[in-house]
Design a protein around this ligand. Structure first.
Ligand code: SF4
Ligand SMILES: [Zn+2]
Length: 328
């Protein structure tokens, strides 16, 4: 017998998220599932968090137990928005059986739901059904389909991330999701493997400009070094450094739209960081900006002085991609 005492999501927490000019209480849930069907992205540690192979019925039992745990510990009255992540894609029926998906969505009825998925699992029929299940009339748009596009460059997405889909696939999914009545949230990722600091910044700046017109929300994830990933392999050999917080500030300050950003792991060696002493204030500032959209705050932080700023400028000017030989 599985109970919610023994079965809980990979993670679940409450926070705040901005939405159309106000700030909502938001529940984030990362469900443990059958696992990501792609399972190859170079920076992704969640793909290891999966149940061993099991029948859809068993998977259903485990997932319903996780949902019961969420409902017991986080009463519905305590939040308005819910962000659903899995160790892959919420709309992948191999990962979450259809009946289970429906039950989870019904459990969040009345909430503003943001569900993450790879583009190949987005169809207008699936999205329409999901929207109808969560919609009780409280929200103009009760469902957002969220996708980790990461970058609008197909070359960088393929070589540096190994994401396994193209920009065109993303655009097709956006059309399907909109046909199904959902909004679009796009996740971009700052500084995948193999890019210099400057290349990473430019990639993010271009991606924001290109992704914003088709997205209702754009969120910038900052690459962190998760265990048992390619990023971890290279980081341990001194061949990868997570982004400077200075780069993050610059990108946010120059972006044409308000970009959401939670600098997870900020100030730590495995997360986006500067020198260590200026990090806490900047991390706090980025979180504040993400909620308020206050650009004066970004400008003030960007103007603040720290000895590591020169180092960052030196890196931007001097860092070169190093080429591996193509042949032996
Ligand atoms: S980032 Fe997403 S698509 Fe890529 S391996 Fe991880 S869960 Fe799968
Ligand atoms: Zn510093």
């Amino acid at each position: 017998m599985i109970s919610f005492f023994t079965e809980k999501p990979l993670a679940c927490w409450k926070g705040k998220d901005p939405y159309q000019g106000s700030v909502l209480d938001c529940l984030t849930v990362i469900f443990k599932t059958g696992g990501c069907s792609w399972n190859r992205c170079r920076m992704c540690g969640y793909r290891h968090e999966r149940y061993p192979l099991m029948s859809p019925a068993e998977l259903d039992t485990h997932l319903r137990a996780q949902m019961a745990w969420v409902q017991e510990l986080y009463p519905s009255s305590g939040y308005q928005m819910v962000k659903i992540f899995t160790s892959g894609s919420f709309f992948d029926e191999e990962e979450i059986p259809v009946q289970t998906r429906r039950a989870i969505l019904e459990g969040f009825r009345g909430k503003l739901v943001i569900a993450e998925t790879r583009p190949e699992f987005v169809s207008r029929e699936t999205v329409r059904e999901a929207r109808d299940l969560v919609d009780d009339g409280s929200w103009g748009c009760p469902l957002y389909v969220a996708t980790g596009l990461e970058t609008t460059s197909d070359f960088i997405r393929e070589k540096c991330i190994d994401k396994g889909f193209t920009l065109q696939d993303f655009h097709d999914a956006v059309s399907e999701a909109r046909e199904g009545g959902a909004g679009i949230k796009t996740y971009l990722m700052m500084k995948p493997l193999f890019l210099t600091e400057k290349e990473a910044m430019e990639d993010m700046q271009r991606s924001i400009v290109e992704a914003a017109p088709v997205s209702d929300m754009v969120s910038m994830n900052l690459c962190t070094v998760q265990n048992r990933t390619d990023v971890d392999y290279y980081w341990k050999r001194g061949m990868y450094r997570p982004p400077y917080l200075w780069s993050v500030l610059k990108v946010l300050a120059e972006a044409p739209v308000h970009i959401l950003c939670d600098p997870v792991g900020g100030g730590h060696a495995r997360g986006p960081h500067n020198c260590g002493s200026c990090d806490p204030e900047i991390v706090r500032g980025i979180r504040e900006y993400s909620l308020s959209g206050d650009r004066d705050l970004l400008a003030a932080l960007m103007d603040s002085a720290c000895r590591c700023k020169e180092e960052w400028e030196f890196v931007l000017a001097g860092e070169r991609p190093y080429c591996m030989p193509l042949t032996r």
